[in-house]
Ligand binder design. Structure first.
Ligand SMILES: [Ca+2]
Ligand SMILES: [Ca+2]
Length: 288
């Protein structure tokens, strides 16, 4: 089974080791209140079936892989392109590509499918047509950072804070990339859905201002792009203390002499590395 997220939809794929059923993708809507809303059925008429990889592009399409074995040791991979917009539609198959080798996994990046096969290496498949109609994508910010100061008007965040934004995108063909733009400069560009829009802010001193104009830009595979209107965010000094959220090895762990060559400490926020000192007992000379 494999999980995949798409447009507030969770896809769970189940490989079916039989002749006629092929692959069934169960679609759950709203991860916070899951409910089965439909299945995407990909038919299969081969004599044997294996494979459970699926990826979606954030623009209403996905790719699913299957590996077909003949009576010997030869294998053939089939990459099925399916429409994921309407889970209730059972005619979701768009097209299919075939190549040698056993499919191990799939990822979509910049509008192309990257298929890892056991014997044939990495296959790169341009699974949708070229975007030639000049229609730009849509992009909408769906989640903004938490306001850290309710007493002051507007949206405030801490300087140096790591923020994660969420956007919804769509296109007549497919979105290739999404960028985060701050004060006119591209701070982050990502090419794989779900778009990971996590950025670490500069300090007020480094940026020279406490005001951020945040925009998001979606670009399709034809080079057309749409940029959102700016969202103004104010950075303020971070007055909250940090915490230690994890130490490896853990307190009380039993270890063989000489087994520990490093200790990892995870903090709740970035800290100055030269302020981190290690103390061990019983000898104070072990301070480092
Ligand atoms: Ca387009
Ligand atoms: Ca506020």
């Amino acid at each position: 089974m494999r999980l995949c997220l798409s447009l507030l939809v969770i896809m769970l794929t189940f490989p079916v080791p039989c002749t006629a059923e092929g692959m069934t993708i169960h679609v759950l809507e709203r991860p916070d209140a899951p409910a089965l809303v439909g299945d995407i059925n990909i038919s299969n008429t081969a004599s044997d079936f294996a494979g459970d990889s699926v990826a979606v592009n954030g623009s209403g399409f996905g790719v699913a892989s299957r590996t077909l074995f003949d009576t010997g040791t030869n294998s053939e991979s089939r990459l099925t392109v399916f429409n994921s917009r309407d889970p209730a539609d059972n005619e979701n198959e768009v097209t299919e590509y075939r190549f040698d080798g056993e499919t191990r996994d799939i990822a979509i990046a910049a509008g192309e499918a990257f298929v890892a096969t056991g014997s044939e290496g990495l296959q790169i498949v341009r699974f949708l047509g070229i975007d030639t109609q000049g229609t730009a994508p849509t992009v909408l910010a769906t989640t903004l950072p938490e306001d850290v100061d309710d007493a002051v008007a507007g949206l405030q965040v801490f300087q140096g804070q790591t923020l994660t934004f969420d956007v919804a995108t769509d296109d007549d063909i497919q979105v290739r990339s999404v960028d985060v733009i701050i004060n006119g400069n591209t701070l982050l560009s990502t090419v794989a859905y779900p778009w990971d829009l996590t950025v670490t802010l500069p300090t007020i001193a480094d940026l020279g201002t406490d005001l951020l104009d945040v925009q998001f830009r979606a670009t399709d595979t034809g080079g057309n792009s749409t940029t959102t209107d700016p969202v103004q965010i104010q950075m303020v000094a971070d007055v909250t203390p940090f915490e230690i959220v994890g130490i490896t090895p853990d307190d009380g762990d039993s270890l063989l002499p000489g087994a520990v060559r490093s200790i990892t400490v995870a903090f709740s926020k970035s800290v100055e590395s030269d302020t981190c000192l290690l103390y061990t007992s019983p000898s104070p000379r072990d301070r480092g």
